[in-house]
Design a protein around this ligand. Structure first.
Ligand SMILES: CC(C)(COP(=O)(O)OP(=O)(O)OC[C@H]1O[C@@H](n2cnc3c(N)ncnc32)[C@H](O)[C@@H]1OP(=O)(O)O)[C@@H](O)C(=O)NCCC(=O)NCCS
Length: 215
């Protein structure tokens, strides 16, 4: 099968996880990784770190496809900045879906979003751009996930739930049916959110409550 060349931007632990999805999905071959200057010349999972953020303009003349592969927990700022930089340079961000994930034909997934192994995206769900839908997470029917979000491992967004832009949903957190998470929200690992949040900030516990405002 012919594959297309892909550049991964960010070479840490999350990149390792994305590499596994790229290899399993066999649409792309990884041409190289972009990371900080001291990482150039090293490898991640056998792939070379070939350049830094400062070289993205040059890379965008050579390559078409890029994915943002830095992780996201407390802030989406770096992933968002890289997404807009790649777009401004004319790069394309594909949607990447693990062959072991289930994505309904009635779901919509934005560019640059990666659906990791064993994730489940049900009918009518909508997911924005540049999101991480991490391993074994569940996005139920008609749920909406904004842009630049990370729904982390085994988290559950129930039917009609809404996660605003720039949110992080921690491992095994649950958003109850129809509940909205305001933009810039952080749900701690294991949080059970039963009522809508009205502002960004850290929510944790069961039931989840506001623990910390985030400036
Ligand atoms: C989101 C997170 C990183 C925030 O960490 P933080 O900003 O350092 O938050 P703090 O440690 O200052 O905690 C603030 C308060 O919330 C509480 N809290 C934080 N996370 C909590 C959680 N998951 N469950 C219950 N309480 C939590 C803390 O005990 C603290 O309470 P206190 O003020 O009564 O002492 C952390 O909450 C978390 O859940 N980490 C796991 C992330 C994860 O799922 N990673 C998987 C990536 S794939």
């Amino acid at each position: 099968m012919n594959t297309e060349q892909l550049i991964l931007v960010g070479g840490g632990g999350h990149c390792k996880s994305v590499i596994d999805v790229v290899e399993a999905s066999s649409r792309f071959s990884i041409a190289g990784i972009v990371d900080t200057p001291e990482k150039v010349g090293t490898t991640q999972s056998g792939y070379p770190v070939i350049a830094t953020d400062g070289d993205l303009a040059t890379l965008a003349r050579q390559y078409r496809y890029f994915l943002v592969t830095v992780g996201q927990i407390r802030s989406s700022t770096l992933r968002t900045r890289l997404y807009h930089l790649i777009k401004s340079l004319g790069g394309s961000l594909p949607t990447l879906i693990s062959p072991t994930a289930y994505v309904s034909q009635r779901a919509l997934i934005g560019e640059g979003t990666v659906i990791h192994h064993q994730a489940f995206v049900n009918a009518g769900a909508q997911i924005g751009v540049n999101c991480i839908i991490n391993t074994a997470s569940l996005i139920e029917h008609d749920a909406r996930i904004g842009d630049h979000c990370h729904v982390s491992t085994a988290a559950v967004i129930n039917g009609d739930g809404v996660v605003g832009d720039h949110c992080f949903v921690g491992s095994r957190a649950v958003v109850s049916h129809g509940v909205h998470v305001a933009p810039n929200g952080i749900l701690g690992a294991g949080a059970v959110l039963l009522t809508p949040t009205e502002e960004g900030g850290l929510y944790a516990g069961n039931p989840a409550v506001l623990k910390k405002r985030v400036s």
